[in-house]
Design a protein around this ligand. Structure first.
Ligand code: PEP
Length: 217
């Protein structure tokens, strides 16, 4: 059986002092047995979280929440692949909030995946349904139906599993579910045969709740 992959997407939340508090509260609850944990903080927090994890020797990976579609140069405000690679091995691409609020098109997502691969990062590519376009080079696919994001109304484990089977049939390596996951419902998703892990938004902001999710996943 593949180890579960559990990803925290903190979105545009947390200041430096809030992150220090989260890490202090999370560490005692953390149990890494056979699970890969990836935290995706805002870019401004990556350095702090990386140092903390290294000092405490915690086997937790880091991910970016986004990546510029451009390499270095005159792109004010952008964070490029090489810069992310200094801190993280993973990066989220194609999140519905970026598609909606920042008008990310399939063409932009293709450019992003090309740079992710070029700089040796691992993409976690978010899809909103089983027919969402997936660029070449993606191995980890996260199904995040829009109705389930931040609403408290998750998809059903059965339906998520069916999407997972369809995605796996296309040859993708890992399939994750995301959308209103919490400690109450996580096991019902990770017990499904096609689901290799979960992407957690709101519930990952609470260190104790996130610790529980990891244990129950
Ligand atoms: C997300 O947006 O990636 C997500 C999974 O959010 P939530 O858990 O809050 O639904």
């Amino acid at each position: 059986m593949n180890p579960s992959l559990i990803i925290a997407n903190w979105k545009s939340n947390k200041t430096l002092s809030e992150v220090e508090d989260w890490l202090e509260k999370f560490s005692p609850n953390y149990n890494s047995i056979n699970k890969t944990i990836i935290i995706c903080p805002s870019f401004t927090l990556l350095s702090e979280v990386k140092s903390y994890l290294e000092n405490k020797k915690l086997k937790i990976e880091l991910g970016g929440q986004n990546i510029s579609q451009f390499e270095n140069g005159e792109y004010t405000g952008e964070v490029n692949a090489a810069q992310i690679k200094d801190f993280a091995n993973y990066v989220l691409v194609g999140h519905s909030e970026r598609r909606k609020n920042f008008e990310e098109t399939n063409q932009i997502l293709d450019q992003k995946i090309n740079l992710v691969k070029k700089y040796g990062l691992i993409p976690i590519f978010c899809i909103q349904g089983k027919d969402t376009y997936i660029p070449k080079g993606v191995g980890i696919v996260a199904y995040e139906p829009i109705f389930a994001i931040g609403t408290g109304n998750s998809d059903t484990p059965k339906n998520a599993n069916e999407v997972g089977l369809a995605i796996k049939r296309k040859g993708y390596e890992k399939f994750l579910y995301g959308g209103s996951i919490n400690s109450q419902n996580v096991a019902s998703f990770t017990s499904m045969p096609s689901i290799d892990g979960v992407l957690v938004g709101r519930a990952s902001l609470d260190p104790v709740e996130f610790g529980k999710i990891i244990k129950l996943a």
